[in-house]
Every structure is written in structure tokens, then in C-alpha cells.
Design a protein around this ligand. Sequence first.
Ligand SMILES: [Zn+2]
Length: 503
Amino acid sequence: MRGALLFAGCKPEVAAGPDGRIIGIGGRARAAAGRGAEVVRLRGTTWPGLIDAHIHLEGLAERHLTLDMTGARSLDDALGRVKKWVAGLQKHSWVVGSGWYNDAWTDTAFPSRQDLDKAAGNRPAYLGRKDGHSAWVSSAAMKQAGIDRSTDDPPGGVIDRDERGEPTGILRETAMHLVAAIVPRATDTDLDAAMARSLAALARLGLTSVHSMDTARGFGSFQRLHARGKLPLRITYNLPLADLHHAERIGVRSGWGDEWLRIWGVKAFLDGSLGSRTAEMLDGSGTVRLPQQELVDMIDRCARAELNVCLHAIGDGAVRRALDALAPHGRAWRYWRPRIEHAQCVDPKDMRRFARVGAIASMQPIHAVADRDLAEEYWPKVSAHAYAWGALERAGARLAFGSDAPVETADPLLGIDAATAWRRRAKWHADLAVSRALALRSYTSSAAYAVGMERDLGALREGMLCDLTVVDDGSVVATVVGGRVSWMRKPSAASPRSAAGAR
Ligand SMILES: [Zn+2]
């Protein structure tokens, strides 16, 4: 059995016991660790380990398996990447990718299947938009999925059509599933390798825990990696609404699992996204993905099953519906911690209701940086209370911060900057920024609370799990999970950019 570990040279110093919990901090760390302790020399400030409260790990892993179109600057650039990618493919293989973002292109019009057919060499192609709320598909993909002009829009989704009524190749919200369902999947082995790479990259960013919004396929991968002792950080898994009946049948409750991998909530989409023009607004615009009665039923079922809820709501209309549906539940059970995911636009009348109904505002500050121009364009009347972390805090809401990666970067230091100093620099509703202390709490103790782990994670205290993020001169130098170094900058590397080592 291994002995105690001392993280020395950082402030405060911390000692971890063999069970991975903190046994001493600051002036007490050295004595608590004892003479025989293994010493890890560090420099910088010791924070409680950073937690990302909203991330899509399958989406991150996919980037290693499929065509990554992140950063394409125009339709031509996007099509160029498709052409290059298909050069290595067989004649009839699927072209699968994601990350295109027409709002950043020179011409922001949505692309068409005809554009894609040529570039993809008439192969079936499925390319997810950066926000995951629309897909761009080729004619061959539509044909294989049986979509034509006579196909009705599915509930909660839209098949874009041209003036002649022909599908254009853009599928929004649930309409994406019509094609996604037939896209060939990577093998478990390939998925696990890609997942391990993504998790290692998150550890390098200083993350010690994440709250994943994924499907059973991702959960399977986490379990296989966990069984091999390969998780560099803790994962709390939130299952999709489609799987709720399975969870009810087997009787799994929030918190099932262990400190490394556990189940918490059920994720449901009430609306779409700002970028895909599907956010459900109080002015009547947008897409209702989950009608109110179904939402009420879902929350009832989750409360009865002692499962928590993660309600995706971006527009002020969807946020209001979420609060309405949560209101009757009060303290449904001991660890009832309902969360509203994103809450990008909240009507001022609804801000105090978060605290009243006990809803946690699970927000991603980095979205504001990326979405600012769009928000000004599409939400000109409401941008004064969009991405309104400061206003929600003042209204008494508990905030948990995350990234929504791969939609945005998972870097928590950039998230902290977005939540604090960026508003003033950008001169965009500076009153909506939060203090550094609150931003840090939202990435640590409040995020831990949001998944019922506040007694184990989120603070530097004796008895808590020893998860640390050590930061020096504005960059992460070490990530410690359960008293183990999961990533550390190589001592020789002076610049953070050259830090590529793994444990
Ligand atoms: Zn998300």
C-alpha cells in the first residue's frame, strides 16, 4: 500500500493520505504527511480541483474519430476540409464530422446538400453544426434515411426546405436523428482510445471532475476505462431522457456509482439554441422541443425515482417553463438538486425564482464570448439579461459553471476570465460579471453541490477528497485527483505550450 503524499512548494501545501483524502493543509501539511511521505514539488496557488459542470465527452472523443471542421472560416474552407478528408475514404464510406459554424463564415447563410454532394464525392455525409442543434447532410445521406419532399417534420424538429419544398440538407433539432440513427459508429476500441485522449487533454487543462451529458455509448466507454484504472478525472454521468424508463426499471438513483464514476441526473432538452435560431423565447419565437405536459411528467417521474433533472433551457421562454414545472416540487427528496442548463436568457421576473424553487443555474460563461454578436443581433431587446451570471447571483441563484465543450473550449481558466474580467474588457453589460471568488466557487464547491458531492469535493478541507488544481502565473501546472497526480507540467518546460506530458 502506498503512503502519504505531500504537495509541497505550492500555497497552501497539502498532504494526502493513502485513501486519497486530505490529511493536512498549510502549516499542518508536513507534519500530517510524516517523514516517509512521497513529496511532489510544485509552485503556484493551490485551488480545490476545478469541476466542469456541463460537458459532452462523446462529442470531444468524436473529434479524434471524425472530420473536425472547427474554425472553418467560409463555406469554401469547410468544403475544402471535406474534400481533403474524403481523399482517404472508400467510394461508398460515410463522411462524418462536426464543428462547422456558418455564423463565423463570410457568408452566414446555412449551406446546402448540393454544396456538400460535390465535395463529398456523392457519398452519404453527416456533419453536425458546432452547437449540436443542426446537421448538414448530403443527398445520398437523405436518400439512405428515406427523407424526401413528402417527409413530415418530426415532433420537435425541422427539415429545412427550399421554395419548391425540397429538403435543403439542413436538419434542425430532432430532425437530425432521422440521419444520425443510420450513421455508422466507431468500434468500442476506437471510441475508448479517443475518449482516453480527450480525458487526458481535460486533465491538462486543470479539470479534476466533469459532469457529462452523454448517451449510453459514452457511459459504456467511461465504464471500460474506469475498469482499466484509466480515468484521469472523475465523471458524473447524466443520462438522456430517452433512457429514463430504463433507469426507472432498474431502480438506479442519483449518486449510484463510486467517487470516480457515478450517475446523477436525467438530461432533457426544452428548446434548441441561439445559433440554430431554435431557442424558445417569450416573444413566441424558437422551437419547443419538450412540451410542458411532457416536462411536468418527466420531472414527476424523476422526483419519484430519486433521480435529478438537468433541464436544457436557453431561451427565456424555455427557462420560464422549466421554473414553472419545478415549482411544485420544493424539496422532493434529500438530494433533489434540479438544474437548469445554460439559462442563457432569463427574464428579470424569473431570476428570483431560481432560489425559490431550488434550481441551480448551470451556466457556461465562455458562451457569452462566442455568442455576443449573435445575441446582439437576435436578442437585441434582452441582451441586458442574457448570460446574466451577476444578476442571477444577486437574485440568490446558485451558479455552477462549465464549458459545454466541444461547443466551446473546455479551458476553465478561459471560463473564469469570461465570467469576470472579460465583460469589462468587452464593454458588454459589465454589471453581469461576477467576482473571481464567485467564479472559482462556481467551478468548485457549487459545481460539487450540483451533483450532491459537496461533502467530498469543492474545498480544501481535511477529510475531503484530495483534488487540486495548481495554478502558477496564469496557467495550470498540476492536476491532482484523489491524491494522485493526473497531470503535471514537465519541470524542464518553461512555457505552458510545451507542456504535453501525461501521467
Ligand atoms: Zn450542452
